[in-house]
Design a protein around this ligand. Structure first.
Ligand code: FAD
Length: 306
């Protein structure tokens, strides 16, 4: 039986594991993919005190730091069910059930999809969600970025340096990205920005993407763009499907936590992008993970027999 079992191996989970292990208690981490979203990130310039780093480098450092401590890391293991009780069960896809006195949920979030015809069919055949992973595959080709928030505009700026042309499509009447990013975007010669543009279909020749159709929401007219790649950047979804019916979730599926990282289930805490805490960022996820571990420790000293 673990004192603290962390589910998730991103920045929040890694921080929680280190803070728990430093209390000298029996700590485990279950992660589907240790490193989490950080693995999909290239330049990170807002990890405070480190002017610039790269995602895979930071992810490797997270794992190394956790391994400095006596933490049982169970990587490439998916949690499928949380079973509340005096000791809390976490059932894995492998069939095994782990037992713990406290659990910290840190399963993060993932990119949202457009849900239009052709999107699933052409996934990894031109439709992608990760510019840093797949950008170089489209060298010299034409691509679209869907979404005019920070991630979409960052992706368009990034891709403009690799591909021949980028069309950015934003559903609303204006971009939502930070002004500094928008200025950068508009300074690039090979980027076209379309607002009020609703993507309606991804088309292809059955083996790969050859274009997309969109409706101009101002005129109602349909248009077609011929291109080879589509980067979807329209937001994040919390990884909480497996928790429905056990811990309280918000309308958007985030785990509801209080200021101590406590969930609606005693002994179960949560941290990072998976929670209602605003601003999904690495330093925030780490701070919240640390806080959840300290709260779990506090819970243990109040509830465990001496
Ligand atoms: P995640 O990083 O999402 O980690 C979740 C962990 O849980 C993973 O290990 C995952 O495999 C695991 N998991 C999920 N479901 C299960 C399950 N059922 N069972 C077991 N394990 C599970 N932030 C910044 O601060 N600066 C940036 O420059 C920056 N750039 C970004 C660029 C990109 C492309 C992306 C995608 C994100 C970026 N972010 C950036 C956001 C940052 O990566 C996240 O805020 C941060 O990773 C959240 O950490 P987390 O630990 O909460 O979740």
């Amino acid at each position: 039986v673990f004192d603290v079992l962390v589910v998730g191996g991103g920045p929040a989970g890694a921080a929680a594991a280190i803070y728990a292990a430093r209390k000298g208690i029996n700590t485990g981490v279950v992660a589907e993919r240790f490193g989490g979203q950080v693995l999909d990130t290239m330049a990170i310039e807002n990890f405070i005190s480190v002017k610039e780093t790269e995602g895979p480098k930071l992810a490797a450092a997270l794992e190394q730091h956790v391994k400095e401590y006596d933490v049982d890391i169970m990587n490439v293991q998916r949690a499928e069910k949380l079973i509340p009780g005096n000791t809390i069960g976490v059932q894995l896809a492998s069939g095994a059930t782990l037992q713990a006195k406290t659990v910290i949920l840190a399963t993060g979030a993932r990119w949202r999809s457009m849900n239009v015809p052709g999107e699933q069919e052409y996934r990894n055949k031109g439709v992608t969600y990760c510019p840093h992973c797949d950008g170089p595959l489209f060298k010299g080709k034409r691509v679209a970025v869907i979404g005019g928030g920070n991630s979409g505009v960052e992706a368009a700026i990034d891709l403009a340096g690799i591909v021949s042309h980028v069309t950015l499509l934003e559903f609303g009447s204006q971009l939502r990205a930070d002004a500094v990013l928008q200025r950068k975007l508009h300074s690039l010669p090979n980027v076209t920005v379309l607002t009020d543009a609703q993507t309606t279909e991804v088309t292809g020749d059955t083996t790969k993407v050859n274009g997309l159709n969109y409706t101009d929401r101002k005129t109602g007219q349909s248009h077609r763009i011929e291109l080879e790649g589509i980067f979807v950047q329209i937001g994040l979804l919390p990884n909480t499907e497996w928790l429905k019916g056990t811990v309280e979730l918000s309308k958007t599926g985030e785990i509801v936590v209080d200021t101590h990282g406590r969930t609606s289930v005693p002994g179960v805490f949560a941290a990072g992008d998976v929670t209602t805490v605003p601003y999904k960022q690495i330093v925030i996820a780490m701070g919240e993970g640390s806080k959840a571990a300290l709260s779990a420790f506090d819970h243990l000293i109040r509830t465990s027999a001496p």
